[in-house]
Ligand binder design. Sequence first.
Ligand SMILES: NC(=O)NCCC(=O)O
Ligand SMILES: [Zn+2]
Ligand SMILES: [Zn+2]
Length: 472
Amino acid sequence: MKKLIKNGTVVTASETYEADLLIEDGKIAAIGSNLSANGAETVDAKGCYVFPGGIDPHTHLEMPFGGTVSKDDFESGTIAAAYGGTTTVIDFCLTKKGEPMQSSIDEWHAKSKDKAVIDYGFHLMIGEINDDVLQEIPRVISDEGITSFKVFMAYKNVFQADDETLFRTLVTAKELGGLVMVHAENGDVIDYLTKQAIEKGQTDPIYHALTRPPEVEGEATGRAAQLTGLADSQLYVVHVSCSDAVEKIAEARRKGFDVWGETCPQYLVLDQTALEKPNFEGAKYVWSPPLREKHHQDVLWNALKNGDLQTLGSDQCSFDFKGQKELGRGDFTKIPNGGPIIEDRVSILYSEGVTKGRISLNQFVDITSTRIAKLFGLYPQKGTIAIGADADLVLFDPTVERTISADTHHMAVDYNAFEGMKVTGEAVSVLSRGEFVIRDKQFVGSPGTGKYVKRAKYGQTLTANADEVISK
Ligand SMILES: NC(=O)NCCC(=O)O
Ligand SMILES: [Zn+2]
Ligand SMILES: [Zn+2]
């Protein structure tokens, strides 16, 4: 059914203006003043911003990790994402050494297909490079539309890849049009520091942070950036948490290297002292990289403002406190790493960023949606408000004040890392390809309506003519 969104303020990465939007067949069909259309349902957006749907480039839904499985799956995770104003997620498909990558991709399709309520894509982990992997990658790009590849520089003996794997992935990505993503921490040094801590009986959650100091993130980020320059390739550093890593990304960009950086809400608003909470509550705040000392937050905010960092991911990887985080009582190395963020990513950036004057409204749209769409081959089908784009839209009331809490969130876990935080602004209604998923703060979607999106190659647009190159 046609829909007419009237009286809202349309915000894109570059413009803010009053306009009506006509939605037809899931796409934006017209933008203008006083639009009318026979048979269209009228939706009043008075007092609301109309944003392009948020795109979360970093989720781990129903992912086996740390001796358990992340609790939010493609159903609860995408419902929570939609409540928060996100209309597309790109999830990490984990591969296993020695096994065909396609079997992992099939596994990820099986767990998402009938569950997702918004659109989704996959990144693919590269854990090793050999002839089989090199043979599979071109087909993964052309048939699956997976155009981003993740290399872990940490999690020794679990996911960690060596430098040869990283370098050859960069070379291959350059050749085939992929974007290489890195979890940049020096896993070997962390392994050594961790063993030392455990030997000394330092087992509390805070030692998770103390054994992964900013230097190990800075070193790995610098190494990945240098290898990217050498390969003349392209790199996206996920979950940047500290000034040491920001400096390396900024330096690489100054040299003209094609290097991009993402941070996450937790690093912008939480700090390392959270890991010292009594009664093992610090385990709720165990992420890798870890929360940092507070002074790193200013550096991250400045980097978002000046463009040294360009995107915000959630790194959604949620575990219950009871029964899951608790696996690490008495040994911090057994605490599953990660937390529930998918729902609050957009509103935290709006509230802490826009309303506090740290970034502009248009930067907010760029950081949560447009830039991500451009980098990950979704633009201009997604990530903007333009004629012909998917009608993935968020009607956002900038005046609402609310308090984040596990009592009211929609994620499947028993705590919220931002419990008690007051935020201004809330997604009131959310549309995915022209259909309401959230309407007046109520979920009205259905599992299975989210579609898998095949993405364009790095630097290309997602249109019928996928050879068109976008300006980055
Ligand atoms: N970040 C984290 O602690 N958990 C999720 C997995 C990862 O991104 O490294
Ligand atoms: Zn990571
Ligand atoms: Zn992650």
